[in-house]
Design a protein around this ligand. Structure first.
Ligand code: NAP
Ligand code: HSE
Length: 433
């Protein structure tokens, strides 16, 4: 058997502790499968005294993860601390500069610094493996970077944030409020240290930007992702979606369009009959549309210690075997600058919820602002007018449009607001048919 691979783990929270449990618990089997023993030799976190439910007694302790990365006895760095700057970045740079491979679950950091870190890895003949950074336990990075290289990818889309899908599923199924569901997701170890990243869509945007780079051979361009989160989705939106035959999901979509690569993250109405609508709880799903293979949909646990550690360990064993693939599947100097498709050109159907002052002529104004822009309405609903009237005397009106452009919808909604018939902020949710 080859000499052991000596691993340092930076971060001992949900993912770090679960990774240690697998590496220790399945040591013999993993070593047999890797062809060499995989040994944890050092660990790092903020608080040395914290009980993490794993025995750390046999490992060297470092308060400074970058110092641990420079430890001559550490040959591979596992970074599961989080954060796009600071210690995580310093530790990864220290490891790569010494030619040591890195396994990370840190999508925020890769979305911000992926190209520079990939170039640093290549200059030092090493790589960054990041299966755990996207869709938890689903092996979507390996699929795009390795298994599907014979294809031209046209679209990557799906549910990429376990916390949001968990919140939306429980709000819909159990009528719980948003804050209760978020708290439960945090207790289960699904949410980011700052859950704003989850609920405002940034975490999905980071993941989508990484998938886009792998799928289309472009530089990671997270600034180009149009982002809306789920914090504005109300129980009424969920109820209306159900009544109209839809579910609301936070989707990430990257696709090649005539105008360039469109990257968008937003709550979306999806048909209740579709596969995505039936992906519930912390489960994620990523659909890859490619030629000649067709469509492949990968479904599985999207967050949590066990699922994420499964991906981390997969990467460690790959590297132990000597399967080092270039970070983004191509040398970083051949990654192209993406041409960004502006969101205003996005075409599709829309759900619009307006809180309308209950006065004669309001409905006619709304209909005419839509018609002036050639927007066809599939339906207009005004449910439970009396029961839903608020203190200002306004009632919710729901519009479902046929396919149109984002620009026309935004113009129409702005014009309706200027007409003075609205009370409160309009809700606009895209529909995927
Ligand atoms: P976590 O439970 O909050 O754990 C973070 C760990 O990193 C803690 O042990 C913490 O130390 C340590 N740490 C944080 N900042 C540090 C610093 N400046 N110096 C030293 N140690 C520091 O987070 P997690 O859920 O395991 O997530 C870790 C990473 O995996 C993040 O990048 C996250 O986005 C990613 N990820 C998480 C999941 C998931 O389901 N949780 C899934 C996929 C990817 P202390 O314990 O001493 O405070
Ligand atoms: N907070 C993330 C989520 C963790 O809920 O999906 C997995 O990346």
């Amino acid at each position: 058997m080859a000499k052991p691979l000596k691993v340092g783990i930076a971060g001992l929270g949900t993912v770090g502790a679960a990774t240690i449990r697998i590496l220790v618990g399945a040591h013999n089997e993993l070593s047999a499968r890797a062809g060499r023993s995989i040994e944890i030799v050092a660990v790092s976190a903020r608080s040395k005294g914290k009980d993490r439910g794993v025995d750390l007694g046999a490992y060297r302790w470092y308060d400074d993860a970058a110092e641990m990365a420079r430890d001559p006895g550490v040959e591979l760095l596992v970074e599961v601390m989080g954060g796009s700057e600071g210690m995580a970045k310093a530790a990864i740079e220290a490891a790569l500069a010494l030619g040591k491979p890195v396994v990370t679950a840190n999508k925020a950091l890769l979305a911000a610094h992926g190209p520079a870190l990939a170039a640093l890895a290549e200059r030092n003949n090493t790589t960054i493996a990041f299966e755990a950074a996207v869709a938890g336990g689903i092996p979507v990075i390996k699929a795009l970077r390795e298994a599907l290289v014979g294809n031209k990818v046209t679209r990557v889309s799906g549910i990429m944030n376990g916390t949001c899908n968990y919140i939306l599923s429980r709000m819909e199924a159990e009528g719980l409020d948003f804050a209760q569901c978020l708290k439960a997701a945090q207790e289960l170890g699904y949410a980011e240290a700052d859950p704003t990243f989850d609920v405002e869509g940034f975490d999905t945007a980071h993941k989508l930007a990484l998938l886009t780079a792998l799928a289309f051979g472009t530089e990671v361009d997270s600034d180009a992702v149009y982002v809306e989160g789920i914090s504005g989705v109300t129980p009424l939106d969920l109820e209306m979606a159900e009544e109209l035959g839809f579910r609301i999901k936070l989707l990430g979509v990257a696709e090649r369009t005539a105008a360039g690569i469109e990257q968008r993250v937003h709550p979306t109405f999806v048909s209740r009959q579709s596969q995505l609508a039936n992906v519930m709880g912390v489960t994620n799903a990523v659909a890859i549309e490619a030629e000649p293979v067709g469509t492949i949909t990968l479904v599985g646990p999207g967050a949590g210690g066990g699922a994420t550690a499964s991906a981390v360990v997969g990467d460690i064993v790959d590297l132990a075997r000597g399967n080092a693939v270039t970070t983004f599947g191509r040398p970083s100097q051949v990654l192209e600058k993406p041409i960004r498709a502006p969101m205003q050109r996005h075409e599709g159907g829309y759900y619009i919820r307006l809180q309308v002052l209950d006065r004669p002529g309001a409905a006619a104004i709304i209909a005419s602002r839509m018609a002036e822009r050639g927007i066809s309405l599939e339906s207009i609903l005004q449910k439970g007018r009396e029961a839903r009237r608020n203190a200002n005397g306004s009632v919710p009106v729901i519009l479902i449009t046929y396919a149109t452009t984002e620009l026309l919808i935004r113009n129409a909604v702005a014009a309706i607001a200027e007409d003075g018939v609205l009370d409160g902020t309009p809700q606009v949710i895209r529909i995927e048919r």
